[in-house]
Structures are given as structure tokens and as C-alpha cells.
Design a protein around this ligand. Structure first.
Ligand code: 5GP
Ligand code: MN
Length: 342
């Protein structure tokens, strides 16, 4: 049964009755035999980690679980146990449909067809509350952090593989515990995953620091074009760059994390997807909510990290987005003293 409480706003803290939601989710998991799980297109560590963390925990309870990612598992996350089970399409019907780490239904790329998901678990402040049961905690550092906290409330348990999947999502969404939304609670959850057998140094290297030669050549092409204006730094990666570097992915190889280490308020990267389509990623320091700019371009995300994908040439999209981002920065209050993370 749908909880009326889930229709309330989700930020900054859960305003809903947690125990009623836990009971609802526990009951739905217990009643289902065949469960379909999906996460978002262009999956990151939190998408894959939360899909596997929840999927493996449900399998351990004897459920038949189908885990779906329209774009498959990125090469750098295939070390995760169970990732070879993930399919691009739903092979058969299920009793229960669940999404993880997806702020809107379109983000799963249509893999559930027209169905309204039964449950969603997510942490995006831009979440549209599209499922029957919406377990959305806008200030959780990762969907994996929500699962690391609450799986036992839903009758599920951790093992070493589940813990590794969940720690991977916590690590990647916090860029190794360094985003401004980090909390002691998030560190405790990471420690809990280590206690369940997750190997922090290995996962840190595999999910964050280890890069292929091709990825770093691709970075070099983006870094060569870097620009700066009024607290904003940006660059782009074209299809030609990708080809020249022989980089196999359609993402930025995490170059945006390098850009965001520059002393500026906001970093933006543009990645050409095809002739007339561009993926945009924003990263911001504390005090600037880039999810608001992403929303203007049909995307979404978090205050500190947001994205969108828009039609248009690399040059025209770049011009429009830089103009809008500069205007957004100019409209912000002058420097305040809010430099302390909450
Ligand atoms: P990234 O820039 O790394 O792709 O994404 C940063 C954050 O913004 C992630 O939380 C991601 O889920 C969200 N995001 C990225 N692209 C889109 C998009 O096209 N639509 C929405 N709604 N969210 C996005
Ligand atoms: Mn996430």
C-alpha cells in the first residue's frame, strides 16, 4: 500500500515516518518471489553498487532477482562480484519492480516499460517521487549509504560481496570521502562495510584512483582546452578526442573530478555523445547548488554534483551552458561565511 507520507518534500531531512516506510518495504520484499531491479543510464559506482548490494542481499534470501542496466556495467566496475549477472534488458516479468539511485523514471532508460515501480531507493534532491513507495533521503551521501544503513530493517543481511558493492558506491559518490556533504554517519557506514569484509584500499584504488593509459590520454586532450572565467572552469571532450585517445567509454573518464580540484567555484565538462548531443557535468564547491542549473537543462542531481544531456553541437551547448552558469553564479549572494560543512 502506498504511504501518503511519501508525497512530502524530501530535503533536507526525511520528513516521512521512517518506521512505516520500513514496514512497507520489508513486507513488499517478503511477499515477492521474482524481483526486477534497475538503476540509471550511464551508471556510476553508486548505481552499480546499489544495484548489486540490494540484488545480492535479496538473492541471499532466496529471491529470483533480475538486475538491469540499460548501458551495462562500465569496465572499471566489473571487478564487483555479481556484475556479470547484470543484463541490459528485462528478460522476463517480475512480481516487484524496484529502482535504485535514479532521480526520475526516465533515468532508467525505459527498461521497466510503462510500469510504475513499486519501490525506489534514492538520494537525489531533485527526485520526482515516481514510485509507489519512495524511500528518498536527500542528504544521504549515496544510495549505497542508505542501503548500508537500512538493509537490516528490510529483513536483509550483509556479506563481504554486498559490503564491497556498497562501499564502492559510498566511495565513488563522495570521491573518496571528500565531498562537502560528508558526515560522521557516512564514515561510520563505510566502517561498518569494512567490518563486513569490504577491502577499503583495494576498492579505493579500483573504483577511484586506478586509470587506464587511454583514459589519461583522453584527460590530456580535455586539459589542453581548459578555460576559466569568473569562478568557473570548464573544458570539453569531443568524439574526435575519444577516438584519438582510443578511450572506449562515452563518459569523461572522471576528468571532472580533476577540474573540480582547481580553485574555482564551479567546474563544468562537456562530453560529445554524437554529432548533436552533449553530456554536461557540473561540480560545485559548498554554497552553490548546481542541481538548479542542471534542472534548467532538463537534468538533475545534487547541490555539489549535477548533470544533464542536451541536444545541440558541442560548441552551441557549451556557449549556452557557460552563459547560464555564469549568470547563475553572478546572481548568487556575495561571499558568505558558510564555509563549514554541515
Ligand atoms: P555526472 O555528472 O557524474 O553524470 O552526475 C552527477 C550527478 O547528477 C549524479 O547524481 C547523476 O545521477 C546526476 N545526473 C547526471 N546526469 C543527469 C541527467 O541527465 N538527469 C538527471 N536527472 N540527473 C543527472
Ligand atoms: Mn548516487
Amino acid at each position: 500500500m502506498q504511504s501518503d507520507l511519501t508525497a512530502q518534500p524530501i530535503n533536507p531531512l526525511p520528513p516521512f515516518d521512517l518506521s512505516a516506510l520500513h514496514a512497507e518495504i520489508r513486507q513488499k520484499f517478503a511477499a515477492a518471489e521474482r524481483i526486477a531491479l534497475a538503476a540509471h543510464i550511464r551508471p556510476d559506482g553508486d548505481a552499480v553498487g546499489s544495484l548489486l548490494g540490494l540484488g545480492l542481499a535479496l538473492q541471499a534470501k532466496g529471491k529470483q532477482v533480475q538486475m538491469i542496466l540499460l548501458d551495462g556495467v562500465p569496465g572499471n566496475l566489473r571487478y564487483l562480484y555479481g556484475s556479470q549477472q547484470i543484463r541490459r534488458k528485462l528478460p522476463e516479468e517480475a512480481d516487484l519492480y524496484v529502482t535504485v539511485d535514479s532521480s526520475e523514471l526516465a533515468r532508467i532508460g525505459g527498461v521497466f516499460g510503462e510500469r510504475k515501480p513499486d519501490i525506489q531507493i534514492d538520494h537525489h534532491i531533485t527526485n520526482t517521487l515516481f514510485a509507489n513507495t519512495n524511500f528518498v533521503i536527500g542528504d544521504a551521501v549515496a544510495t549505497c549509504a542508505i542501503l548500508a544503513e537500512y538493509l537490516p530493517e528490510w529483513g536483509l543481511e550483509f556479506d563481504q560481496n554486498i559490503a564491497a558493492a556498497l562501499l564502492t558506491g559510498i566511495l565513488t559518490d563522495t570521491i573518496g570521502f571528500r565531498t562537502s556533504n560528508m558526515t560522521p554517519a557516512a564514515l561510520h557506514l563505510a566502517a561498518k562495510m569494512m567490518e563486513h569484509g569490504a577491502n577499503l584500499p583495494d576498492l579505493y584504488a579500483q573504483s577511484l584512483t586506478s586509470k587506464t593509459y587511454e583514459a589519461v590520454r583522453y584527460w590530456a586532450m580535455g586539459l589542453d582546452k581548459i578555460q576559466r572565467e569568473d569562478g568557473l572552469v570548464w573544458t570539453s571532450l569531443s568524439l574526435a578526442d575519444r577516438q584519438k585517445a582510443e578511450y572506449p567509454g562515452n563518459d569523461d573518464a572522471d576528468l571532472v573530478n580533476v577540474l573540480s580540484s582547481i580553485d574555482s567555484k564551479v567546474a563544468v565538462i562537456f562530453v560529445e555523445q554524437k554529432a548533436d548531443r552533449v553530456k554536461i557535468s557540473w561540480r560545485a564547491k559548498l554554497g552553490c547548488d548546481v542541481s538548479q542549473i542542471a534542472l534548467q537543462f532538463g537534468g538533475g542531481g545534487h547541490a555539489a554534483a549535477a548533470g544533464a544531456e542536451v541536444n545541440g553541437s558541442l560548441e552551441s551547448v557549451q556557449e549556452r551552458v557557460i552563459q547560464a552558469t555564469c549568470a547563475f553564479l553572478a546572481a548568487l549572494q556575495p561571499e558568505t561565511s558558510d564555509s563549514q560543512p554541515q
